[in-house]
Design a protein around this ligand. Sequence first.
Ligand SMILES: Nc1ncnc2c1ncn2[C@@H]1O[C@H](COP(=O)(O)OP(=O)(O)OP(=O)(O)O)[C@@H](O)[C@H]1O
Ligand SMILES: [Mg+2]
Length: 212
Amino acid sequence: MDSGKLITFEGLDGCGKSTQLEKATDWLKVQGYSVLKTRQPGGTVIGQQIRSILLNPEHEELQPESELLLYLADRIQHLQDSILPAKAAGKIVLCDRFHDSTVAYQGYGRGLNLNSIESIVEHCIKPYSPDLTILLNIAPETVASRLERRQEHVEKDRLDLESLSFFKRVAQGFQELSAAEPERFVCINGEQEIELIHQEIINILQQRLQLS
Ligand SMILES: Nc1ncnc2c1ncn2[C@@H]1O[C@H](COP(=O)(O)OP(=O)(O)OP(=O)(O)O)[C@@H](O)[C@H]1O
Ligand SMILES: [Mg+2]
């Protein structure tokens, strides 16, 4: 019944999600669209608190299953409190990470069996699957250098401390997810110049969503 769209940005740490999301938001606004720019974890008041638990480097004792459930709790809250109302109001919602990140990071990266959460996902998340997912692909080897560049602005968070083999598994996860749903995913080479990537994203927005 809603007229809005949910567009998610996915990929490894430092692949350029925030950079491109910002530029896409500005472009959409100039075209006259009403846009909600948001992120997971952390898109709501409750989500901000969940985010601070998830990303705190001191939380080494956080159990993998606890981490998984915190991401799910954040996502459900975010959908109901923020994303769905915005879509119903006709907005284009641009979300920095969504459920694909959970599957890639917790499932492929940490090797968790996600069957235990399947019924929650089936009922609370899959019905609201994104209209479009932009996957920015970078080599797992690029992650470290991208994050170093950002060091002056952002403190190291828990995920930044992961190893190369971890990011290789996560990249494999994103690759398999995108291959399984080619209608939803658009994969972009994230190693290109920032402006070139932005132009590709504009083209995709125009084609896939019949925008302007
Ligand atoms: N295409 C690009 N080429 C070179 N550097 C880039 C490119 N895109 C982004 N960067 C730089 O890489 C760093 C990480 O980018 P950004 O914060 O957008 O990534 P991210 O995917 O949002 O990361 P995270 O998952 O950690 O939030 C920034 O310093 C950014 O300026
Ligand atoms: Mg980011």
